[in-house]
Design a protein around this ligand. Sequence first.
Ligand code: AKG
Length: 353
Amino acid sequence: MVCPCDWPEPVVRVQSLSESGKPVIPERYIKPPTDRPSFISSPPDINIPIIDLAGLTNDREATLREISEACREWGFFQVINHGLSGELVDGVREIWREFFHESMEVKQKYANSPKTYEGYGSRLGLQKGAILDWSDYYFLHYLPSNLKDHNKWPATPSSLRETVEEYSKEIVRLGSVLLEVFSINLGLQKDYLQKSFGGEDVGACLRVNFYPKCPQPDLTLGLSSHSDPGGITFLLPDENVSGLQVRRGEQWITVKPARHAIIVNIGDQIQVLSNAIYKSVEHRVIVNPDKERVSLAYFFNPKSDLLIHPAPELVTPETPPLYPSMTFDEYRLFIRTRGPQGKSQVEALKSPR
Ligand SMILES: O=C(O)CCC(=O)C(=O)O
């Protein structure tokens, strides 16, 4: 079903399950053994690269190289000195934490439907009887501005809308900075990727994830393994509670966030545009028995009706185009029709040869 209007089953708030104090989680949240987090598989001394963006002004060549290597080797890195103040990043995260601690009656006013996903939600995907993730979320649009409807953003806490506006503006600015850096690093015209994303008409939407405490964290996941379908994701993690794991070969690396850092990851659309020089890497989230966790995933996307395809400069007889042309709208439909696969979906697009 492509555009359903309601969830296939009554929605259960994970926060309510957590607050019930029951020592066991419902069967719906228990993952098959192969998908469960294995805490031992993450080597403690490995982390994704940390890149100081002040270097783009002070030591440009070296910083471009660091970013290039991180995109090619990891698909994930954290940035510091990104231009967003510590006060803003802490403030926006805490304001959302406050929202999730509002009464259920307040939050339910924003309950979402699968038609647009906007609002307060507790599941992704529509497969009846699916095994669910241990998280609630809030999803909203910022760009294009005709989709932004402040009535769909929480009215409480009272400064939330203003803070989210300020944060969103900064993320879009950072998105343009990185599109230019990626273009240069890929040997393209410096405005190539920004133009491919629609110039000023990019898309930007936010999912705030709330992972309540979980009595049996070894049996479930806060968010199942996936790659991000869009362009670039800017993730503001919970500084005090780790949870994000990035796939590296057969291992899962637990990200250790640096203070006030923003985590950047390559999405499927950049994998296509770069003809797989940059990879959209799978990641997932584990949960915690003693601590809740809040994260903000900002999805910076191409304008949804533009054709996205490998940049012609990156296509050679040795490196033929790996993907067909497709708009982001078509790609999202392709993903929704296939349903969640627990892995990167863009590989399934690869042109047969
Ligand atoms: O919560 C996190 O650290 C990751 C969230 C994420 O991957 C997502 O929202 O797509």
